[in-house]
Design a protein around this ligand. Sequence first.
Ligand SMILES: Nc1ncnc2c1ncn2[C@@H]1O[C@H](COP(=O)(O)OP(=O)(O)OP(=O)(O)O)[C@@H](O)[C@H]1O
Length: 265
Amino acid sequence: MVVTLEDVSLNRNGEWILKNINWNVSKGEHWVIYGLNGAGKTALLNMICAYYFPTSGSVEVLGSKFGKAELGGTLRKRIGLVSSALQQKFSPSDSAFEIVLSGAYASIGLYEKPTAEIRERAISLLEQLGSTEYADRNYQTLSQGEKQRVLIARALMAKPELLILDEPAAGLDFIAREDLLEFIQLIAQDEVAPTLLYVTHHVEEILPIFDHALLLKGGQVFASGKTKHILKDNTLSDFFGLEVEVNWHNERPALSKRAACSSVK
Ligand SMILES: Nc1ncnc2c1ncn2[C@@H]1O[C@H](COP(=O)(O)OP(=O)(O)OP(=O)(O)O)[C@@H](O)[C@H]1O
């Protein structure tokens, strides 16, 4: 098992943010985590990365059971994380290349002189992501799409077993989004692909590689299972409390609000 959550609840400042979550992610599966604003997606990811500790229930990630020992640092070296929260932590003077290099040490900032091997891996990842031309630029000057590519390259540096993508396509235009998704598809097809967890607000971003889906609502699991079973008109209409329909085209879903029947003639 890559992730096992048993009856997990999380209370922060008197608020129940996650409630009775049961969730298993097996090796070889790629999951999409879908939910509205405030559903608890970020809290769930913070828990998987051992930034949050459950108030009750048990959490096991990559074979490490929380609570047995201090495992944050060791565990996080095995998890790649791409999130906009990370972007704010980098120093304004860091170049894109330095940020990618820092991924080898799972650190914010570069405190060691990278080996030739690490530099080569960083260059190769930047090439694969089509990011070499701006590698020496200051990270803060990059466009959102360029920043996301750099963060993915950074996350892949340490050859993670679990790769968490927290809204990686937020703020991207259609072409930048589809390019990014194409690259994520390539990552998943690699022989030694990490398990992917992809958080989004938009079903249109759900690639066929995401064979499983977790629907979160109000800190609880609303539904979980095979994506094709979860992304159904009735399930999503119940989820939103609004009549919606899912249309599939080229194995990609699109969501629309069902038009209200009008009795006016
Ligand atoms: N430290 C905290 N103390 C109190 N409430 C918190 C704390 N952290 C998060 N919350 C609340 O928990 C709920 C879930 O937050 P979370 O950030 O996990 O949602 P999310 O699904 O990631 O939302 P979004 O899609 O908007 O990013 C929100 O209502 C949020 O305000």
